[in-house]
Design a protein around this ligand. Structure first.
Ligand code: ADP
Ligand code: MG
Length: 265
C-alpha cells in the first residue's frame, strides 16, 4: 500500500473529445485539454459553461458520454479488456476506481471539512482510512502540511474556530496529504470574504512554484496572470480559447473571451 502511494508520479492529464449531457442539456460538447506535469492550468468561463462538470469528469465523479480522460496514459474510470480479437472498455471495479481517484486531490468552493474533527485530524483522516498508512507517520506529515499552508499553530482547532480562509487552507493540506499527482480546484475562493481570498491564493501560488500539477477553476484574473502556465477559456461546453496567460488575457482572439474578460476585469 505504502509503496503504491510513494510511487505517485507528477501526473499528465489528457482530456480527449469529452461530451457530457444531463438529460437533453449538453454541458460538455467535445472538450480537449492536456495538462502537463508540473504546470498550472486556469480554467475561466461564464457560469454554466461546464467548468465544474469538466473538473468532475477529470476524476470520474461524472461519467462522460463520449471521449475519455487519461492520467499518465492510464484511462480514468475504465480498463481495456480483450474482446473477440479487439478490446472493450470496462468500468473499473469500485475499489480500483477509488484508488485511482486518490491520485487527484479535489478542493471545492465549500471547504467540506469534517466539523467534529480538528484541523490535524481532518488532514490525517483519508491517508489513514483510504490509503492504509500508519497514523504516526501521517500525523508528522500532516503537521508539516499545516505548516506549509501557514497553520502550524492551529492544528488543534475545530473548523468552527477557523476563518473561511483558514478552513480552505486546511482543505488544501488535506488534499495534499493524499500525495496526489494532480490537484483540482473548483472556485476555491468564491465562498470567501474578499479579505480572505489573498491568503488562499497565496498558498496555491506557493504550490504552483513548487511544481504541483494543478487545474484551477477561478474568476481571479490576477491569480491567473501570476500562476498560470496556461489559461483555458470555456463557453457553452467548449474550450473556445487556450494559451499562455498574456495571450488569452491580453490578446484574446474570440469575441466570447473578450466579452467575459470585460465583465470580470
Ligand atoms: P460551471 O461550473 O461552468 O458554472 P457546471 O459544469 O456547474 O458549469 O454546469 C453546467 C450546466 O450543467 C449548468 O446548466 C448546470 O445547471 C448543469 N448541471 C450541472 N450538473 C448537473 C446535474 N448533476 N444534473 C443536471 N444538470 C446539471
Ligand atoms: Mg462551477
Amino acid at each position: 500500500m505504502t509503496a503504491a502511494v510513494e510511487g505517485t508520479r507528477p501526473g499528465r492529464v489528457e482530456v480527449h473529445g469529452v461530451h457530457k449531457a444531463f438529460g437533453t442539456l449538453e454541458v460538455l460538447r467535445g472538450v480537449d485539454l492536456v495538462v502537463e506535469p508540473g504546470t498550472v492550468t486556469v480554467v475561466l468561463g461564464p457560469s454554466g459553461s461546464g467548468k465544474s462538470t469538466l473538473l468532475r469528469s477529470i476524476n470520474h465523479l461524472e461519467k462522460v458520454d463520449r471521449g475519455f480522460v487519461a492520467l499518465d496514459g492510464e484511462l480514468v474510470g475504465y480498463h481495456r479488456k480483450p474482446h473477440r480479437g479487439t478490446e472493450r472498455l470496462h468500468e473499473l471495479p469500485e475499489k480500483d476506481l477509488l484508488r485511482q481517484r486518490t491520485r487527484f486531490g479535489f478542493v471545492f468552493q465549500s471547504f467540506n471539512l469534517f466539523p467534529h474533527l480538528t484541523a490535524l485530524e481532518n488532514v490525517v483522516e483519508a491517508p489513514v482510512s483510504a490509503q492504509g498508512r500508519r497514523r504516526s507517520e501521517v500525523e508528522a506529515e500532516a503537521r508539516e502540511l499545516l505548516g506549509r499552508v501557514g497553520l502550524a499553530d492551529r492544528a488543534g482547532a475545530y473548523p468552527r474556530q477557523l476563518s473561511g480562509g483558514q478552513q480552505q487552507r486546511v482543505a488544501i493540506a488535506r488534499a495534499l496529504a493524499m500525495r496526489p499527482a494532480v490537484l483540482l480546484f473548483d472556485e476555491p475562493t468564491s465562498a470567501l470574504d474578499p479579505e480572505l481570498v489573498g491568503e488562499v491564493l497565496g498558498v496555491i501560488e506557493d504550490l504552483a512554484r513548487d511544481g504541483t500539477t494543478m487545474v484551477v477553476v477561478t474568476h481571479e484574473i490576477g491569480f491567473a496572470r501570476r500562476a498560470a502556465d496556461r489559461v483555458v477559456f470555456m463557453d457553452a461546453g467548449r474550450v473556445v480559447e487556450a494559451g499562455p496567460p498574456e495571450q488569452v488575457l491580453d490578446h484574446p482572439t474570440h469575441e466570447r473571451t473578450r466579452a467575459f474578460l470585460a465583465k470580470v476585469l
